[in-house]
Write a protein that binds this ligand. Sequence first.
Ligand SMILES: O=c1nc2n(C[C@H](O)[C@H](O)[C@H](O)CO)c3cc(O)ccc3cc-2c(=O)[nH]1
Ligand SMILES: C[C@H]1O[C@@H](n2cnc3c(N)ncnc32)[C@H](O)[C@@H]1O
Ligand code: SF4
Length: 324
Amino acid sequence: MAQTITFSRNVFLPLTNVCANACGYCSFKSPVRDGCVMPESEVLATLRRGSEFGCTEALFTFGERPENEPGFGQHIEKIGYPDILSYCMAMSRAAIDLGMLPHTNAGILTYEEMERLRTVNASMGLMLETTAEVPAHRHSPGKDPAVRIQMIADAGKLKIPFTTGLLLGVGETAADREESLMVIRDLQKQYGHIQEVIIQNFCPKPGTEMADTPGATANSIRETLIMAAEILPKSISIQIPPNLADASALLSCGVRDLGGVSPVTIDYINPEHPWPALDALRGIASGYELRERLCVYPQYCNAEWVSPELLPLVQSLSKQTYDL
Ligand SMILES: O=c1nc2n(C[C@H](O)[C@H](O)[C@H](O)CO)c3cc(O)ccc3cc-2c(=O)[nH]1
Ligand SMILES: C[C@H]1O[C@@H](n2cnc3c(N)ncnc32)[C@H](O)[C@@H]1O
Ligand code: SF4
């Protein structure tokens, strides 16, 4: 029988581009200014479109600790929320009401913040990026590997189904990638909450510090995938983004997932790389059985891992999605 490749049908909601870090590869970050918070009306309209298109995941991905940027507070208060986390929670509830499961990657959150967010999020994510100290992260305190590892461990203690991953080509070596994968393996041994690991290749952006740094080569992506398949336990699904890498050529290297693909929104982090349409995705996965999944993998669809507020929706979507 053909091997299964999964993806999640999502909508991407960048609640704010304001960020306290300044990564050398990032074109997503932007200054505090009018319109730096996505208005509620736009979030709700996007969520509604998502639900019309059968999306099951609302992906909230935004700048890290925007409150640390002078003047940000005003912009979030103007739309009626005390802070970005409260806004994210309110929009998560709106997603749930429309039948979609919230997944947030807000960069670094504390244990207490994740404990709050968990009540209305089915899963969360944070890219480890790399355990190496690279120049690209010298203005990003939140990319300190120790800080990221701590947050992933905290998510494990809180029993939050979790996504993490490596960013390739940002100044790390092959040995660093191996070390990063071993750290993820050890976190999984201890907590068992890591559903998937994204192997993401850096894409150079004009106007950024790393505009002239070549993206990760196809060969280094391939080598890392092979290493990931060797090091990571089978309980973790390996994901590559089909809009950034030549997914069809890489599927044979242990890849089991194509991540979030949106029929409604663009990839705000890599806007110059459109997602393949769902038909094209079938082409990419030809020779495999392409199946939709939720942002919560089947083994986590229960009361141990999902908050009471979300459990009924997780259970009904899970029946529709996994019991086919
Ligand atoms: O949990 C995460 N999910 C990320 N996702 C989403 C991911 O594909 C899915 O949301 C997860 O697989 C959960 O279903 C991204 C999707 C993109 O298109 C572009 C970038 C990302 C980045 C992340 C990420 O850093 N963390
Ligand atoms: C949300 C995730 O997006 C990734 N990210 C940020 N900038 C880029 C880029 N130029 N190319 C590829 N991935 C990027 C980081 O890994 C971050 O954690
Ligand atoms: S990659 Fe994330 S943390 Fe880094 S500057 Fe961009 S938004 Fe901020």
